[in-house]
Design a protein around this ligand. Structure first.
Ligand SMILES: O=C([O-])CC(=O)C(=O)O
Ligand SMILES: [Mg+2]
Length: 531
């Protein structure tokens, strides 16, 4: 019976006659033995009868809790259909409703009440974690502070690690650091499951996170820790504090940067431009914006321009207007882009008219901010304007795919943060693809784990961006796709992982000498969802 209740071992009705006899399962299952294929078909049939995406999320979550192999089989074989349910956009709604739809816990909930005992708590995790995705829930996608409900994000990200890059589910540990929430709606929600108190801040917050970091690294030596959906003020600070001593990265800063840079490389293959000649205007000035801009600056410099010139080609607009030199109260990460000799500009459209960018990248979680006027202006200024509406979930997208194509007469080179269906305009069909870090983090994580790298470096994200761009074919570009198709994601992840592992070996960060065949090393470590 224990076997049927262990999701890592359970095969349900697929246990064979001989297994049933040997393992004490006779009489505990209906007599018919099904194949995994039939089980997967049954799951899909049921899923497709459910009227809402949230119900599909709940059903898939329940399957995940019963039978991991079958869950991942279904995800891997139907990634286009399933990813939008277990990941963005539906995962955003699932986080908002986390308390209501709660059935079984997954991952570890470490609250500020556990201070001084985190190492002891981590011993309760029954597996040897190699990969932790951790959030404090303060900025879940573009939805803001969801407190402990943010657990849905580490769970969803780690599902993609196993599905898209074959990191073994047993090696994956989702963690929420519950330091309270400032979201009054949640504090008053009878089903909210987190601490009912305001967020821990300052020294108390820093030492709590530090206790977690030390305890996690001691309990799980060599573990890779991914920071996810922390608010700006914590995200930059934590990355800075740990990146040179621990195996960590921030997906919202570095993963998003790599996927956006790859999208730019693809867009430039279409319009024939060079990165170093672009002028990029970001709507947003947080983790994603400066993460992308920093990587773009490095990539521009690799094309031979000076740092000063590269910086000058990247501009940020935040809630207070264009980021310019001398503006009061600018934070550290924005300062590189606070250009002197530019008068303040209050709004995004005027910034476009003044600066004449070749690309706009939306990462501010302001839904609809790329208005028809914005899009038309970009199309007046550029033969083929680059328009990335990356905010998540769909309700926060700067514009829909349809609007991006319609208001630019089909000339936009477009990427989006959440999935959009193909668009037909004047008889031409466009297939927009997601500029989402989900193309990057699974492969990066696999490469880091496979090589046993001690650190995660910017060079690895640069390599990941180039590799992802290399995976985009002419047929993709011809239909307006700046990324490869999702069903190719495991092949793409292997290539990214090999490129990342190569960097680890070359830089002496790996825990051994380079093998002859890095790609084979990576592949040998991948989990396949089979019985
Ligand atoms: O999860 C996603 O879809 C991308 C991401 O990291 C975020 O929006 O915070
Ligand atoms: Mg994120």
């Amino acid at each position: 019976m224990a076997l049927l209740r262990d999701p890592l071992l359970n095969k349900g009705t697929a246990f064979t006659e001989s297994e049933r006899a040997a393992l004490g399962l006779r009489g505990l299952l209906p007599p018919c033995v099904l194949t995994m294929e039939t089980q997967a078909q049954r799951v899909l049939t049921n899923l497709r009868t459910l009227p809402t995406d949230l119900e599909k999320y709940v059903a898939l979550n329940a399957l995940h809790d019963r039978n991991e192999a079958l869950f991942f089989r279904v995800v891997v074989d139907n990634i286009d259909e399933i990813q939008p349910i277990i990941y963005t956009p539906t995962v955003g709604l699932a986080c908002q409703k986390y308390g209501l739809i709660f059935q079984r816990p997954r991952g570890m909930f470490i609250s500020s009440r556990d201070r001084g005992q985190i190492a002891e708590l981590l011993k309760n995790w029954p597996y040897q974690a190699k990969l932790i995705v951790v959030t404090d829930g303060e900025r879940i996608l573009g939805l803001g502070d969801l407190g402990a409900n943010g657990m849905g994000i580490p769970v969803g990200k780690l599902s993609l690690y196993s599905a898209c890059a074959g990191v073994h589910p047993e090696a994956c540990l989702p963690v929420v650091l519950d330091v309270g929430t400032n979201n009054d709606e949640l504090l008053n929600d009878p089903y909210y499951l987190g601490l009912r108190e305001r967020r821990l801040t300052g020294e108390a917050y820093d030492s709590f996170v530090d206790e977690f970091m030390q305890a996690a690294r001691k309990t799980f030596p060599g573990v890779l820790i991914q920071f996810e959906d922390f608010a700006n003020h914590s995200a930059f600070k934590l990355l800075h504090k740990y990146r040179d001593e621990a195996c960590v990265f921030n997906d919202d800063i570095q993963g998003t940067a790599a996927v956006a840079l790859a999208g730019l490389f693809s867009a430039l293959r279409v319009n024939g431009g060079k990165l170093k000649d672009q002028k990029i205007l970001f709507l947003g000035a947080g983790e994603a914006a400066t993460g992308i801009a920093d990587l773009v600056v490095s990539a521009m410099m690799a094309e031979g321009v000076s740092e000063a010139d590269a910086l000058r080609r990247n501009w940020l607009v935040d809630s207070r207007g264009l980021v310019v030199g001398g503006r009061q109260g600018l934070h550290g990460h924005k300062l590189r882009y606070a250009h002197a000799d530019q008068a303040p500009i209050a709004d995004f459209l005027t910034a476009i008219r003044t600066l004449k960018p070749t690309a706009i990248i939306g990462v501010a979680a302001v839904g609809g901010a790329f208005t028809p006027e914005v899009l038309k202006t970009m199309a007046e200024l550029n033969e083929q304007p680059i328009v990335f509406a990356l905010s998540n979930p769909t309700s926060k997208a700067e514009c829909s795919a349809e609007d991006a194509y319609r208001y630019t007469e089909g000339r936009a080179l477009f990427a989006c943060g959440s999935p959009y269906d193909p668009v037909t305009l004047n008889g031409r069909s466009f297939v927009p693809r997601q500029g989402n870090n989900s193309y990057i983090f699974p492969g990066v994580g696999l490469g880091v784990i496979a090589s046993g790298s001690k650190l995660v470096t910017d060079e690895m994200f640069m390599a990941a961006a180039h590799t992802l761009a290399d995976c985009v074919g002419k047929d993709d570009l011809a239909q307006g796709s700046l990324y490869p198709s999702l069903p190719r994601i495991r092949e793409v992840s292997v290539r990214i992982a090999a490129a990342v592992a190569d960097v680890a070996f070359q830089r002496g960060l790996a825990d051994g000498p380079a093998p002859n065949d890095v790609k084979a090393l990576v592949q040998s470590q991948m989990y396949e969802p089979h019985y």
